[in-house]
Design a protein around this ligand. Sequence first.
Ligand code: OXD
Ligand code: MN
Length: 616
Amino acid sequence: MAIIDQPLRAARTEAAATHPAGADPSIVAWVERLALHATPDEVVWCDGSKPERARLIRDMVDAGTLTPLDSEKRPGSYVARSNPEDVARVESRTFICSEREEDAGPTNNWVPPSGMRETLHGLFRGAMRGRTMYVMPFAMGPVGGPLTRYGVQITDSPYVVVSMGTMTRMGAEALAQIGPDTEWVRCAHTVGAPLAPGEADVPWPCNPTKYISHFPETREVWSYGSAYGGNAILAKKAFALRIASAIGQDEGWLAAHMLLLKVTNPRGRAFHVAAAFPSACGKTNFAMLQPTLPGWTVETLGDDIAWLAPGPDGRLRAINPEAGFFGVAPGTGRSTNPVAMDTLTHDVVFTNVAMTDDGDVWWEGMTDEVPAHLTDWLGEDWTPASSTPAAHPNSRFTVAAAQCPTISDDWDDPQGVVVDAIIFGGRRATNVPLVSQSRDWAHGVFMGATLASERTAAAEGTVGELRRDPFAMLPFCGVHMADHWQHWLEVGAKADAAGGAPAIFQVNWFRKDADGRFLWPGFGENIHALAWMLDRIEGRVEGVEGPFGVVPAEGEIDHAAAGVDDAAWASLFGLDKAALTAEADDAAGFLDSYGTKVPAEVRDGLARMRADIDAL
Ligand code: OXD
Ligand code: MN
């Protein structure tokens, strides 16, 4: 059954008939049907222009959705306060509606597409009454590039329009690329808060009922009830990871939850590195690393998502499909991430941060000194004596990537960049060494498949509890996770055959001593590990083999220069047989939970690790 099965009515089609000349008829027809069904007062096709953005922002300031910040302290910037019930992605309300349950796999909420379509059909009926329906054509990747994909999102939230305008190349240029033969992803979004005639609106409309539903086969996303982040900016997690993992599987490329860096060594050779980290592992800090090693430079191409596809020569090339950063504010400060702070000096939309009395923003970790008085994310008075945080722990900034002072000049190269190295990292107090290299691609896929991180927020479970997060894709994989691993094996084998798949490494910045103190300083000192990885690629260092692959040999990393003494350095690579056996047992149980689809190469990776542990 189609989601929209009502007959077209002439009166409503008039609204959609305001479409720009040249809009592909497939888009116009889709928009018309949605307009008929959701019954907005008006349909507006977005061109992505500056005046359009300015108009939307002005309207949102008038409506109380945005509060302007001081025009000298933070020019062009605003604070949004969400409904307190709408503050994060909701994994429990995120659905993968593939035809067959086995294609969604055990890690996704699966609902048959027909059932979900019926539910959504009911929810979308009349959902936009009293509101404007915005139509946003957008490109993921540089417009016209060979790796770039297109989508169209409709929404009744101006906040989402402004966010999509920052996070994607949205508007007329993207629309012009969509022709009769272009596959485009349909993204339908409503906050689910229709207004009766004369009813006053609220600053952040949403609905307690939420559905973020993905249809991988038909390349559609339908989202109801939330205006927050990945629930509503459908280009991001929904399209660029969940739907793209299904498209990539069909077409032979990889959608990866990875940041993208360019690292140049003192000899002037540049490398491109893609790195996957689960949440709360300092991904943004790593994307904006300020190296402490003389002669090395690190530039940023992306902070969250990378698409990796074979180029004309068969080597894997990557683009950052996004155009902006939607970063977590708390913990970002001058001392931890000066590049992010310099990125955020103007033209930022902040959501759920606190405001200072002089019209600027503040969040936990921004400065060592805590202001004596703030307006917290709920709009209430706040002082350091308050028992709740001033900024919501998931408060965010939305800012154009081009504003980042370390943005690389090839970040928007339509051809993408050749990937030299892939890194998997987690937050691990024990067992996992600071840095190691996989023996080969298949061993690297094993590393990615068994990636794990310790929880930092009590809200998600017990703090310190180990959560397996394969490829950092647990909430973002639109296909069966084990099929995703198999796909990685196949793409890597092809790249290998074409003359070289990227080298794969694993890192852990978070190992602790017996007293619970971090053994490694992290941040800018992470360049030491990065430099060793790239030296390995150049054959300048040998390393030594162990259960985690190849680790640095004595003297290959100048740990004293990173402020780490010999004892701490040894502990960063310590191998405790009993703890490692327990680790292998845990990994075995985890792989078993995926059933028969686990590729033999991944099981072999565990068998080899066990043998290495037994031999200790
Ligand atoms: C994100 C996430 O918001 O990975 O980027 O959770
Ligand atoms: Mn992410």
